[in-house]
Design a protein around this ligand. Structure first.
Ligand SMILES: *[C@@H]1O[C@H](CO)[C@@H](O)[C@H](O)[C@H]1NC(C)=O
Ligand SMILES: *[C@@H]1O[C@H](CO)[C@@H](O)[C@H](O)[C@H]1NC(C)=O
Ligand SMILES: *[C@@H]1O[C@H](CO)[C@@H](O)[C@H](O)[C@H]1NC(C)=O
Ligand SMILES: *[C@@H]1O[C@H](CO)[C@@H](O)[C@H](O)[C@H]1NC(C)=O
Ligand SMILES: *[C@@H]1O[C@H](CO)[C@@H](O)[C@H](O)[C@H]1NC(C)=O
Ligand SMILES: *[C@@H]1O[C@H](CO)[C@@H](O)[C@H](O)[C@H]1NC(C)=O
Length: 746
């Protein structure tokens, strides 16, 4: 008995002195899956611009996940970074249902977080509340399914990859990737509070680095940093991960090319599969051969090829714009009105400029590159190892009427959701229509009548929301189903000294600071020394569901866009802080959450679906899909140089018949030893897939556009296009491919 007891005692003592000895290793897994939705004719989520529908792909969207477990039967958490405007309640519900079918209760609402990157360049129609699906003409099952499946698959991959490893954390400031787009509202916060911070935006990036325990190689890195996914404008029609998606691609490519010897592609095997299927299709005159096309056309997986997953997650992004040059009047070129972000009364003339102005794709790349560079720096120098418990708490709140204790013994309450006129004004990242201005505190008679036609707000609501004038009382609108959420989840995830706060919306900079500080204080004062001033608190924005903005009560006074979109009235932020402190207190004391709160509704059965799916088509007389409409035009010199642009146009049906998930619509192939080898696909920045309907007919055209990158090798190239169609809605899907003439890069 003695030696065992002695060793046990010694080990226990050691684990007090060196806590890392006991828990330095976790089980860690990462995963990544293509979530790109319909690339034609589906309204994009973010700007609520009716004219902004998808018409091609800048680069693909992905769900990137990590799972960390204390041990195979110990507590675990799963975190998903989703290239989408935001998380969606219905997506979360359906993902959890699918996970429960696969894994029982291993992954559930308590320990899974799904956080949107806030790109404004993804297809919409995947949300269940009316306000978020008006411009997409309701629910779009194809958008929804792509997202749900990608999240599910990313978690499945991460689960299957679980292996012993360690986690390092690092933080650093990134100064030039965000500016405050409502600085006048920020100035409403108390001077002594503002004096504690150098800037009116948070510049901190917090990065986790996951390292495999056996090989010592890194398998992934996730970081959190606040800046809007609005580098691509409200006029863009290409699906894009915006600056965070771009940063992730750059990071994964960097890791692959600089730490492994593999090429941009997975392996020679994958390339062979691609070539075989392409050849087979050609040999059978456009018919697919054997396996499904999506798999056959697979070019790239896990965004790189090394299996390394690099994710750029959103934080308290509410008032942070990536358009860092500031907002200017499009007519005069002068700065806009400070308080209203308008130009002689017109909000539509005041537009923010990114660092690549006037080229939005360049701005996207630059803001992506800045985040990528900072992440590489933090990744390469990460030394602080995370040790200690994995833990989590989750609760649903009915935000319609939360009693809030305010300083000085007063109480306040939250209200049913409502939007003010500043919401309709939009922001300098994407101005709204209808002549509203940010900071409007009055609604004219015309709009009052329009509003009352939709729903006259109750007197209770009007009073509760003050000083916000109620333009849309979304919390009181239920036709044809709920316009806004009443029930929202909040969640805390813990990995040792990292605490992640999952918030269901966009906290402004100062709101985020107040929430983080309150939670930190609560953890420290109730936690028996487990938490201290070195505990890292991170806000994961737009997580699990979406309820728009959370401004401070002071910012709420001015009623700019963020305040006008703070749904539950002036005490929204104090209510969040109060309820998060309860969760933090429970976590610090090791108590469970007793009252889990009212579950949110599943509105899938009542969704309106007004957008038509493509219902079958054939090519125009005399051509086949995949035939050239316009071949590559070779320059006089006879070759293309680095930086040149070249394109080819193919007869092509609507790309919605098959999303070619984990595959590609467009490839630039290179001739190598008499074989065509894929070199670039529609997930690459240099190659853009555009689809639209040919003018004057109902037939579609795919335009493949390639800007020869500086890193391209000299050689012979050609375009290849992949696609699919149905002749009628009842026909089976047929696949086709076509290639352009060869051209030279020199
Ligand atoms: C790899 O590292 C080199 C040197 O630091 C750099 O020039 C190159 O751009 C990196 N590759 C990628 C894909 O980032
Ligand atoms: C890459 O290949 C070179 C030469 O074959 C080898 O020395 C090096 O260790 C490899 N690097 C990695 C990261 O595998
Ligand atoms: C903005 O509004 C504040 C009051 O809220 C006022 O004091 C200030 O002068 C205004 N600034 C400008 C530039 O109009
Ligand atoms: C939320 O609270 C409001 C007001 O107290 C109540 O009318 C409503 O039924 C509650 N909703 C749920 C789902 O509990
Ligand atoms: C806690 O940490 C912050 C920054 O990490 C520092 O500014 C502050 O002085 C620290 N407070 C205490 C009490 O150590
Ligand atoms: C149709 O016409 C518009 C406007 O002239 C042009 O921008 C677009 O590229 C054309 N589409 C096709 C497929 O030719």
């Amino acid at each position: 008995m003695f030696p065992n007891n002695f060793l046990f005692l010694l080990f226990t003592l050691l684990s007090y002195v060196f806590p890392s000895l006991a828990t330095a290793d976790y089980l860690i897994g990462v995963g990544s899956y293509d979530s790109t939705g319909p690339a034609a004719g589906v309204n994009m989520m973010g700007y609520a611009n009716l004219d902004q529908s998808t018409a091609g792909i800048h680069f693909r969207l992905r769900a990137r996940a990590f799972i960390v477990a204390e041990s195979s039967d110990g507590p675990r958490i799963a975190f998903v970074n989703l290239d989408a405007g935001m998380a969606s309640q219905l997506v979360t519900i359906k993902v959890l249902e699918r996970l429960s079918k696969r894994f029982g209760n291993l992954y559930n609402e308590d320990n899974v977080a799904i956080s949107g990157t806030h790109t404004h360049a993804g297809p919409g129609g995947y949300m269940q509340y009316v306000v978020y699906s008006v411009t997409s003409l309701g629910f779009v099952p194809q958008s929804f399914d792509a997202i749900v499946t990608a999240i599910e698959m990313s978690i499945v991959q991460a689960h299957q990859n679980l292996k012993s490893g360690s986690i390092f954390i690092n933080t650093g400031d990134l100064d030039n990737a965000g500016v405050n787009r409502s600085p006048s509202a920020y100035l409403f916060n108390p001077p002594d509070e503002r004096a504690r911070y150098p800037r009116d935006v948070d510049t901190l990036m917090t990065l986790l680095k996951f390292v495999d325990g056996t090989s010592g190689r890194s398998i992934g890195a996730f970081n959190w940093f606040a800046t809007h996914g609005t580098s691509m404008s409200k006029d863009n029609t290409l699906i894009s991960g915006d600056n965070k998606g771009a940063a992730a691609r750059l990071f994964e490519d960097w890791f692959t090319s600089n730490t492994t010897n593999s090429t941009a592609f997975n392996s020679q095997d994958d390339i062979n599969v691609l070539i075989e299927s392409a050849t087979a299709i050609k040999a059978t005159g456009g018919q697919p051969c054997g396996k499904t096309t999506s798999q056959g056309f697979k070019v790239r997986k896990n965004g790189g090829g090394s299996g390394f997953v690099g994710a750029f997650c959103q934080s308290n992004v509410g008032d942070v714009s990536p358009n860092v040059l500031g907002a200017f009047c499009t007519d005069s070129g002068l700065p806009c009105d400070f308080n209203h972000s308008s130009c002689h009364g017109d909000d539509q003339l005041c537009v923010g400029r990114g660092p690549g102005y006037p080229d939005e794709i360049k701005s996207t790349k630059i803001i992506g590159e800045r985040q990528f560079q900072k992440a590489v720096e933090l990744f390469s120098s990460a030394k602080e190892q995370l040790t200690g418990k994995i833990d989590y708490r989750h609760v649903y709140l009915n935000f319609t009427n939360i009693q809030v204790s305010l300083p000085g013994g007063q109480t306040g309450k939250t209200c049913p959701a409502a939007l003010g006129p500043g919401f309709a004004a939009g922001t300098t990242d994407g101005p709204g229509a209808f002549g509203f201005q940010q900071g409007d505190k009055k609604i004219n008679e015309f709009w009052k009548q329009v509003r009352d036609f939709l729903k006259k707000p109750s007197d209770y609501q009007v009073d509760c929301q003050k000083p916000k004038p109620v333009l849309l009382s979304t919390g009181e609108m239920f036709f044809p189903y709920a316009w806004a959420p009443a029930i929202v989840p909040i969640q805390i995830l813990r990995i040792g000294k990292l605490v992640i706060l999952s918030v269901p919306g966009e906290f402004t900079t100062m709101s985020g600071r107040r929430l983080r500080e309150s939670v930190k204080q609560t953890l420290i004062s109730n936690g028996n020394g487990e938490f201290d001033n070195n505990t890292h608190i991170v806000i994961a924005g737009l997580t699990n569901t979406y309820s728009q903005y959370i401004a401070t009560p002071e910012e709420y006074e001015q009623q700019r866009y963020e305040a006008a979109s703070t749904l539950y009235g002036p005490h929204t932020l104090p209510a969040y802080i109060q309820e998060f402190k309860k969760l933090a207190d429970a976590m610090a004391k090791g108590r469970k959450v007793v009252n889990k709160g009212p579950p949110p509704p599943d509105l899938s059965s009542v969704q309106w679906k007004l957008l038509q799916d493509p219902s079958g088509e054939s090519p125009p007389a005399g051509v086949k899909f995949g035939d050239m409409k316009q071949d590559v035009s070779i320059p006089k010199s006879g070759f293309f140089s680095k930086g040149d642009k070249t394109s080819a146009v193919f007869w092509s049906p609507n790309p919605r018949y098959d999303l070619l998930t984990e595959g590609t619509y467009a490839v630039v192939e290179m001739l190598q030893e008499k074989r065509w080898v894929p070199a670039y696909d529609d997930d690459d920045f240099s190659l853009t897939f555009k689809w639209n309907v040919a003018n004057g007919s109902t037939n579609g055209l795919a335009s493949l556009e390639w800007e020869v990158p500086d890193t391209a090798s000299n050689g012979v190239y050609r375009f290849r296009h992949f696609g699919s169609f149905k002749k009628t809605i009842a026909s089976t899907t047929e696949y086709f491919t076509g290639a352009s003439s060869a051209f030279t890069v020199s």
